[in-house]
Design a protein around this ligand. Structure first.
Ligand SMILES: Cc1ncc(COP(=O)(O)O)c(C=O)c1O
Length: 386
């Protein structure tokens, strides 16, 4: 062992010499739990977490640890069957992953050659598409969403179809987020179809439906994006148990695609991606807790309507974005009012998410719909700003 072993600066020097250069200064995903790491449960419980779009409420699950000495199945059958029943697709169209985040990573690793291929994102959008791409050495092409005023005079963020068309041939994967995070609005299915058709021969189109269950619009039978999997070869849908199922800590998500795409992704994923206890809990949630999940979604949607109305009445708030998800995005009049709102909440241990660094979201903050008690605590505090 050299005399410099375990010295922080020598390890830094070694990393600089050996690691991929672009990772050294890369900023990782700023997750709530990374930004406000709390160390112990007591400290974590003293905070009100309204920044990561988690759902309130917990289920009760039984675990059988009898076979824990064995590796789990590559894709536990009971879990696939349960999700197949839920999403109405055959098990051959489903890959269970460690959260939808792992699905994003697998898709990029499977379709993009490092330092050669690119993904396309439509900001403002979920941060992990760009971070996973960067991690893999794929370039990120951006075609920002555009604001469209709808018939009932709401401003909605929609796709820039002309801008997207100009990128056909330049990218291997297109990420669409619907309902969008952090915007909250559902993309019209006509737009999603147009993008799938436009990239039919040149790119996979990923429709990230992490917030699918909260969609309140008439999601008629024809509107369901999973149906597009049998109509088009280049469609992938992402789902998760982290939101409506209130199982963010479980890390369980699903990638839905043609059997051929699932077979390809299965070559890239780890050999035992879903730990046995995770599969057990997830299967129970998908079998026994569907009614509880629906009740949770209904409460969140009712709370969302109330929070929307309340925000619209606040003098410091100049815009509330229509949301089909378990969070509300709003804009403050200016930077100083945005900081005042955010800081007052942080000082009182209520954590919401500052989105103001995203394109088009100057002075915007996002509140996750926690429990009714948590939201009323937040409102009470902010009412002191009047
Ligand atoms: C749009 C979107 N996709 C994917 C994810 C990741 O979900 P998971 O917890 O299943 O990894 C999130 C998490 O916030 C999200 O907002």
């Amino acid at each position: 062992m050299s005399s410099t072993a375990n010295n922080a600066s020598s390890i830094d020097a070694l990393i600089k010499k050996l690691a991929r250069e672009e990772l050294v200064d890369m900023v990782p995903y700023q997750s709530a739990r990374r930004l406000f790491a709390s160390g112990d449960n007591a400290q974590a419980n003293s905070k009100t977490w309204l920044n990561a779009n988690e759902a309130p409420g917990q289920g009760k699950y039984q675990l059988n640890s009898e076979n824990i000495n064995r590796y789990p199945d590559f894709q536990p059958q009971a879990l696939l069957n349960a999700y197949s029943n839920y999403c109405q697709l055959p098990v051959t169209n489903i890959l269970a992953t460690r959260g939808a985040d792992e699905g994003i990573e697998l898709i990029i690793r499977s379709f993009c050659k490092a330092y050669q291929d690119s993904v396309l994102i439509c900001p403002p959008t979920y941060g992990m598409y760009a971070i996973s791409a960067e991690n893999h050495g794929a370039d990120v092409v951006k075609v920002p969403l555009i604001n469209t005023v709808t018939n009932n005079e709401e401003t909605k963020c929609q796709l820039d179809l002309e801008g997207l068309k100009a990128q056909v041939g330049n990218v291997k994967v297109v990420f669409l987020c619907s309902p969008g995070n952090p915007t909250g609005n559902t993309l019209p299915q006509s737009q999603i179809k147009a993008v799938i058709e436009m990239f039919a021969d040149s790119a996979m189109v990923v429709v990230d439906e992490a917030y699918y269950e909260y969609t309140s619009e008439d999601f008629s039978a024809e509107q369901i994006n999973t149906k597009l999997i049998s109509e088009y070869d280049n469609v992938i849908v992402l789902r998760t148990l982290s939101k409506a199922f209130a199982l963010a800590g479980l890390r369980c998500g699903f990638t839905l695609a043609s059997n051929e795409v699932i077979t390809l992704l299965s070559k890239v994923i780890a050999p035992y991606p879903v730990p046995a206890p995770i599969a057990e809990i997830a299967s129970q949630a998908l079998t026994n807790d569907l009614a509880a999940m629906q009740t949770r979604v209904n409460s969140a949607n009712a709370l969302r309507a109330q929070l929307n109305d309340w925000l619209e009445q606040q003098a410091w708030c100049c815009e509330v974005f229509p949301s089909d998800a378990n969070f509300v995005l709003f804009r403050c009049n200016n930077l100083s009012e945005k900081d005042t709102v955010f800081n007052l909440l942080v000082e009182n241990n209520i954590l919401i998410r500052d989105q103001s660094k995203q394109v088009q979201l100057e002075n915007c903050l996002r509140i996750s719909l926690g429990s009714e008690a948590e939201i009323s605590q937040l409102k009470q505090l902010l009412e002191t700003l009047k």
